[in-house]
Write a protein of this length. Structure first.
Length: 340
């Protein structure tokens, strides 16, 4: 088993699950069923998806990480019958890889990418991202490959999977608290064309169905992308001789914040953020609770995101700002920065 300690990558916006840019290659190419070919297939339709996993997270000058918080870790198995494990200070979630009964053990490319040949014209390529999330690419090599790919989730006792309207899946514990989320599915053939795909949920198993018989060119690439944090790195800086606390929503957080879409969904997602999301900020920087304005700014950003006002972008909480219990008034003009 390979342990990867990840330094979180700040990701912004409720459509971040589409933040990786898809590209249509100039010409489709046949790829040999080998690890380097699997990686090339992924990079052809999602440029930078694999290389970005190893890039260090950027930090602004003068911004520091929390000294009391350990960033998420991902344990990747070398045997497909062992689940991958995502661990943060708040929670641990495991996800089993598909076709454990027939897939070969891991082969690691020269670039350090772990690949599993499923021995059925498909391969599994798990990629760890800087925010501690895990994107499990499926590379489908030909028309005889399966159309269904099962991922069994293990979390706390009483956990549940909910398929939301956006197509993603939210994981909650027995009390309804956030434990993780899987972003909406996608699938692309080698020409860059989108293929029909969707998730099905049964108990604690997520199945991605990829209708690749319509593919113009193989290989086809698809994925579930699992994250267990609502926020990426939360750093501390300064403004007006006082502290600022700065963070951004992860891909998994975007699924939760939207609540699957619709007014009711956004309200529910906002409630999760105000509770479990704020818990993540407090775990990283306990001092974020020592002035009311910091929580007021946080709630303002959550409300703006829930309302689709994504101009607030990153959450920048500034201790030098005055307390303002009526922050909802004029939010479109002050944009959660009422003293600027």
């Amino acid at each position: 088993m390979t342990r990867q300690r990840t330094a979180c990558l700040a990701v912004v916006g409720a459509t971040v699950f589409a933040g990786l840019t898809f590209a249509a290659p100039a010409a489709a190419q046949d790829l040999a069923p080998e690890p380097e070919g699997y990686v090339a297939a992924i990079e052809a339709v999602v440029p930078g998806a694999v290389g970005a996993a190893d890039a260090p997270a950027a930090r602004m000058d003068g911004f520091v990480d929390s000294p009391v918080y350990s960033e998420p870790e991902v344990d990747l198995p070398t045997s497909v019958d062992v689940a991958a494990t995502l661990t943060s200070p708040e929670r641990t979630v495991q996800i089993a890889l598909p076709f454990s009964e027939r897939a070969s053990d891991a082969v690691v490319t020269e670039g350090g990418v772990t690949t599993f040949d499923n021995n059925n014209e498909s391969a599994t390529v798990p990629v760890v991202h800087e925010d501690g999330s895990l994107q499990i690419f499926t590379v489908i090599d030909g028309p005889e490959a399966p159309t269904r790919y099962d991922y069994e989730i293990t979390a706390t006792e009483g956990s549940a999977l909910t398929l939301v309207d956006s197509g993603g899946v939210v994981i909650t514990d027995a009390a309804g608290n956030f434990e993780g989320a899987v972003t909406p599915p996608w699938a692309k053939d080698a020409s860059g064309a989108s293929l029909p795909t969707h998730y099905e949920v049964s108990g604690m198993t997520i199945t991605q169905v990829v209708e690749h018989s319509t593919a113009a060119d193989y290989p086809v690439v698809a994925d579930p992308w699992l994250g267990i944090q609502l926020f990426g790195p939360i750093t501390r800086g300064s403004w007006r001789n006082d502290y600022t606390y700065n963070g951004a929503v992860t891909a998994a957080g975007s699924v939760v914040l939207s609540g699957g879409g619709g007014v009711g969904g956004y309200l529910a997602g906002g409630a999760v953020f105000r509770a479990n999301g704020w818990d993540e900020w407090k775990a990283r920087w306990p001092a974020v609770t020592n002035k009311a304005t910091l929580k007021q700014q946080f709630d303002c950003h959550v409300a703006a995101g829930s309302a689709g006002l994504f101009f607030t972008g990153p959450y920048n909480l500034e201790r030098a700002q005055s307390n303002r219990s009526d922050w909802a008034a004029g939010v479109v003009s002050h944009r959660c920065n009422w003293d600027k």
